[in-house]
Structure formats: structure tokens, C-alpha cells
Design a protein around this ligand. Structure first.
Ligand code: PGA
Length: 234
């Protein structure tokens, strides 16, 4: 069982339940503070939650008009717009909401993303997936704690994991820009989501092992308000 001192664990029974837990946390944040700044992930894990949030938004149950949404990361050299994370977020969530266009931010579009985040009041809630190699956003193994938004070369394992979005590894971009560890830790609240047994081992290393740049997600255990939501036993 995961230590619950600083990392409350919500273990759900299914991917659907994980999606509901995450959606509930985002809805709560938005209702309590309509001007919230969210750090939002791409990837497969949040898709179920995004479907729920899209549905609630289209029903008129959520008002995002004063919220700010920051992408965690973005490819630098995507071959087409449809391959960008901006496109992913737009088609899976933001397009169904009333988040104003000017309140949607990609790290690719700004020279100083961290200052931009600060100027909007700082991140309130940041949601993160975890890669099989322990990455969070595109902070790959070896990323030091003292890192702000920066550009990175992607590892082959990450490019391989993402190739389903590109129809073949040869066209998966090699470079990206990502919030750094300090950017992520600056968020008032963090939620780490992990679905499927294949994430169990790395999640346990991240949350129960040493804090080390070799497992970037391990830095999350330094944060006082991190919640981990899984659909498997830890
Ligand atoms: P996934 O990606 O949600 O598609 O598993 C997580 C990640 O690599 O950050």
C-alpha cells in the first residue's frame, strides 16, 4: 500500500471510475475557483475524464469562461497541426468548453512560459500522466529537479510509446518543449494518474523509491498536495 502521508492514493476499480474521480476533482476546482489555472496532460489516460468533462460542458454544467488552461508540453517539430498536443486537447476537451482561445496556452508559443503562468496567478491544479520510464510531461530520466520550462530531445522509448498518434515511429517528432520539474512542483495541487498494470512498477518506484532524476515522477513525492489516482492496487 502506498504511503499516504503526503501522497493520498485513490485506488479505483476501473478505468471508468478513475475517469470519474479525476473529472470530479477538476469540476470541484473549477467551481471553487472559476479563475483557476489548470495544467493539462495529453496521452491516453485522461481521455475518459475529458469525455466526461466535455459532456458536462456541453450540457452547460461547467463555466470555463474565466479559467486558464496550460499544456504541460508540446512537440517542437510536429509535421502537421493534427499531430500537436494543442490539437489533441482541443479535440478531446477544450473544443467542447467555453475556455476563451486567449486562455489556452502552449509552451511552444511563449519564450517565458513560467513567467506567463505566474502572471496568470500560478497553476492551481496540474494533472500528470506517468511514462513507463518515469517521465512526467516530457521530463525524461535525467532531468534535474531545478528545471523550468525547457526544450528536450525525446527518448526512443517515449517516441515509441507515442507512435500510435503518428502512424509510424519515423515521423514521431524528436524534440519537444515541456514544463520543468520546478514548474510542475509550483502548482498548488497535483494529481498523478496511472491506468493499467503496466504502470504499476514505475508508479511504485516513483512514489516509494528514492527521489532521483532517474525517475522524474519521484520528485512529486516532495509536493505537499499530490493525489495519485490508479485503477490498480499499489
Ligand atoms: P499515457 O501517457 O496516458 O498515454 O499512458 C502518459 C505519459 O507518457 O505521460
Amino acid at each position: 500500500m502506498l504511503a499516504t502521508g503526503t501522497s493520498p492514493l485513490t485506488k479505483t476499480d476501473s478505468y471508468e471510475a478513475l475517469s470519474h474521480e479525476l473529472a470530479e476533482a477538476i469540476v470541484k476546482q473549477l467551481r471553487e475557483k472559476p479563475t483557476s489555472c489548470f495544467g493539462l496532460p495529453t496521452g491516453n489516460t485522461p481521455i475518459g475524464c475529458y469525455k466526461l468533462l466535455s459532456r458536462y460542458s456541453q450540457m452547460g454544467a461547467l463555466d470555463w469562461s474565466r479559467a486558464h488552461c496550460f499544456q504541460l508540453d508540446e512537440y517542437v517539430d510536429a509535421a502537421a497541426d493534427e499531430q500537436t498536443f494543442a490539437h489533441f486537447l482541443d479535440s478531446n476537451l477544450l473544443g467542447a468548453t467555453n475556455v476563451p482561445d486567449e486562455n489556452r496556452y502552449s509552451p511552444n508559443d511563449y519564450n517565458n512560459y513560467d513567467e506567463l503562468i505566474e502572471s496568470r496567478g500560478g497553476l492551481d491544479l496540474t494533472v500528470l500522466g506517468i511514462g513507463h520510464n518515469g517521465h512526467i510531461a516530457f521530463n525524461e530520466p535525467g532531468t534535474p529537479r531545478m528545471s523550468w520550462t525547457h526544450s528536450v530531445w525525446l527518448t526512443e522509448s517515449t517516441r515509441h510509446a507515442n507512435k500510435s498518434y503518428f502512424g509510424g515511429q519515423t515521423v514521431v517528432p524528436r524534440r519537444a518543449v515541456t514544463m520543468g520539474i520546478e514548474t510542475i512542483l509550483s502548482s498548488r495541487k497535483l494529481i498523478l494518474i496511472a491506468s493499467g498494470r503496466d504502470k504499476q512498477e514505475i508508479l511504485e518506484r516513483a512514489m516509494l523509491g528514492n527521489v532521483t532524476p532517474e525517475v522524474p515522477a519521484s520528485f512529486l513525492s516532495l509536493h505537499p498536495h499530490v493525489t495519485v489516482i490508479t485503477d490498480f492496487e499499489v
